[in-house]
Unconditional design. Structure first.
Length: 90
């Protein structure tokens, strides 16, 4: 099911958050425009979102129910679509 032109709502939410803050957008651009392979960019972007959500400064533990739910949501994101959207902005 598509959502606002994206493959799903989860991907749209991730893109909206990543592009709504200058620091996060710069991190996204750095990942998307790097010379790394697509699978490496996907891994790096997933890791960045996970760390943002449940990183060391988060009040939520990175283990347990919440972490499992976050990981499940992260598996729904189409990272390639986000990376391609950033690349098409150039």
């Amino acid at each position: 099911m598509s959502y606002n032109g994206w493959v799903n709502r989860t991907t749209w939410i991730a893109y909206a958050w990543l592009t709504n803050d200058e620091t996060m957008y710069q991190e996204l651009r750095d990942i998307a425009l790097s010379e790394r392979l697509d699978w490496q960019k996907t891994r790096d972007l997933r890791r960045y979102i996970f760390e943002f959500t449940l990183g060391e400064n988060s009040p939520i533990s990175s283990a347990g129910l919440v972490a499992d739910l976050v990981n499940d949501a992260l598996s729904e994101i189409d990272y390639v679509a986000i990376i391609e959207a950033v690349n098409s902005e150039l």
